[in-house]
Design a binder for this molecule. Structure first.
Ligand SMILES: O=C(O)C(=O)[C@@H](O)CO
Ligand SMILES: [Mg+2]
Length: 274
């Protein structure tokens, strides 16, 4: 059995965990079980000062959120790679950077978007590279890194970036040091497996990590395909010291599902990670 990573830096994904309480109350819930950092999809329905106040009240660090993704409710998954949406993209980055400054958040996930069946993937990729090049310049002023994340094709059919290799080729073409890869072990297992090998191959670009069990995207525990004790041990061996977002859908009540996280100080008796 792999030795647990001595102290994986776990961040609570407030879009997925603690659905029992309202969004703004999830900050308190995360702190109460021992988290000291949070991430989530979108803050834009709330005043940035209100979120800042929650972070301060509970002594939490904001480590990631997403740029506005287009019409998310109606299925859009980002506009960065959508031809004809360049103005909207620029406004979305300006808004995200404004929130990032107040939330003191060093990372923004920029979703690429879906290529329609009749679309030309090469054209979408071209627009994606152009948009990211512009956004990287804007983000550099605020010392923010922009993340791009390969998403699996079962949950996100048509998503422009499906593999770490595709992400790498975009990042290298943009050539900006503040564009990084968000490596989500859930999507990686759903798409290609060989998790630690592929992580090692891309590690020079990786700026953030997320986890969930496969196949259900539930708690990352022993009932699921991925052995996270081995993953955490591998990350430690490779010297990954960044945040690990807990981006999963609890099967039941969130706190009752934290048995997997107890060795890392998260749970009903969770003490704050040092
Ligand atoms: O679904 C994921 O995985 C994410 O990290 C989101 O930011 C995109 O839906
Ligand atoms: Mg993810």
């Amino acid at each position: 059995m792999a030795t647990p990573l001595s102290k994986p830096k776990l961040a609570a994904n407030l879009s997925m965990i603690f659905p029992e309480v309202e969004f703004l109350d999830r900050f308190a819930a995360a702190a109460a079980v021992g988290f000291r950092a949070v991430e989530y999809l979108f803050p834009y329905a709330y005043a940035k000062t209100e979120i800042r106040a929650r972070l301060d009240s509970w002594g939490l660090e904001q480590v990631l959120f997403n740029a506005p993704p287009g019409d998310f409710e109606n299925g859009e998954r980002g506009v960065a790679g959508l031809p004809g949406r360049e103005d909207e993209f620029r406004k979305s980055i300006e808004l995200a950077l404004d929130y990032a400054a107040t939330l003191r958040c060093p990372r923004i996930h920029v979703m690429a978007g879906l290529v329609p069946l009749a679309g030309d993937p090469r054209r979408h990729r071209e627009v994606y590279v152009e948009n990211l090049s512009w956004a990287a310049g804007q983000a550099r002023n605020g010392s923010v890194d922009l993340m791009i994340e390969p998403l699996n094709a079962k949950d996100f059919p048509g998503y422009l970036i499906g593999t770490p290799q595709a992400a790498r080729s975009v990042i290298e073409e943009v050539g900006a040091r503040n564009i990084k890869l968000q490596y989500d072990f859930y999507h990686a297992q759903m798409t290609h497996g060989r998790l630690l090998d592929t992580f090692a191959a891309e590690q020079d670009l990786i700026g953030h990590v997320q986890i969930a069990g496969v196949p259900g995207r539930n708690e990352p525990d022993d009932s699921q395909e991925i052995n996270y004790r081995a993953v955490f041990a591998g990350l430690e061996t490779m010297g990954y010291g960044g945040w690990i977002g807990c981006e999963y859908r609890p099967r039941g009540e969130t706190v009752a599902g934290f048995a997997w996280a107890a060795p890392y100080g998260i749970g009903p008796k969770g003490k704050r990670q040092g």
